[in-house]
Design a protein. Structure first.
Length: 170
C-alpha cells in the first residue's frame, strides 16, 4: 500500500516542478503579456497578433495587408478584418508581438506562408491543430507542435531570439 502513495507523491512533485519550470521559461521569454503595456505600435506584415477570448483564452493569427490570417474554429484558413478578428471575443484590442523596445517582430516568410494557405481547410482540433499551431506552422513549417498560448510565446521567443513584449496595435 505505501508504494502507490510514494509513486503518487513522486508524480505530484514532478508535476509541480514541471509547472514551475514552464512558468519560469515563459517569464523570461515574455517581458509584457497582452494588456501589460500601453505603448501602441503600427502592425507590419508578418507580425504575430493575438486577442483575448472571454478572458480565459487567447486567439492568434498573422497580420497581412491590413487583415489577420487565422485558422477559424471550423477549419477554414481565412483573412479577416481587425474588427472581425475581435468580433464575438471578449477583448477589443489586438496585441502585436514586439521586442523589448517595442519594435514589431515580423517575418515576411511567415506572411507568405500564411497567404499561400488562404481558403484551405485544416481539420481544426483544440489540442493538435488550433490557431496557435497554425501560426507556429507559418513561422517554422517543420517545427514543434504547440497547443497553448504560452507554448507559442516560447516558440516565438526562440524564433526571434529575444523576449517578447506584447503591445496593443495602433
Amino acid at each position: 500500500m505505501p508504494l502507490p502513495l510514494l509513486w503518487l507523491g513522486v508524480g505530484l512533485g514532478a508535476l509541480a516542478a514541471g509547472k514551475h519550470l514552464a512558468r519560469h521559461q515563459v517569464r523570461h521569454s515574455v517581458l509584457h503579456h497582452p494588456g501589460e503595456s500601453a505603448q501602441s505600435v503600427l502592425v507590419a506584415d508578418g507580425a504575430v497578433v493575438c486577442c483575448g477570448v472571454f478572458g480565459v483564452f487567447d486567439h492568434s493569427g498573422i497580420w497581412m495587408d491590413g487583415n489577420v490570417i487565422e485558422l477559424n474554429g471550423n477549419g477554414l484558413i481565412r483573412a479577416v478584418s481587425p474588427q472581425r478578428f475581435l468580433a464575438n471575443r471578449s477583448g477589443n484590442t489586438i496585441y502585436v508581438a514586439c521586442d523589448s523596445a517595442g519594435n514589431v517582430l515580423a517575418d515576411a516568410l511567415a506572411a507568405e506562408r500564411a497567404a499561400a494557405r488562404l481558403f484551405e481547410y485544416s481539420a481544426y482540433d483544440l489540442l493538435r491543430n488550433n490557431c496557435h499551431q497554425f501560426v507556429q506552422s507559418c513561422l517554422v513549417p517543420q517545427g514543434e507542435c504547440v497547443t497553448l498560448f504560452n507554448e507559442l510565446n516560447l516558440s516565438l521567443a526562440r524564433h526571434f531570439r529575444q523576449p517578447l513584449s506584447w503591445r496593443p496595435a495602433a
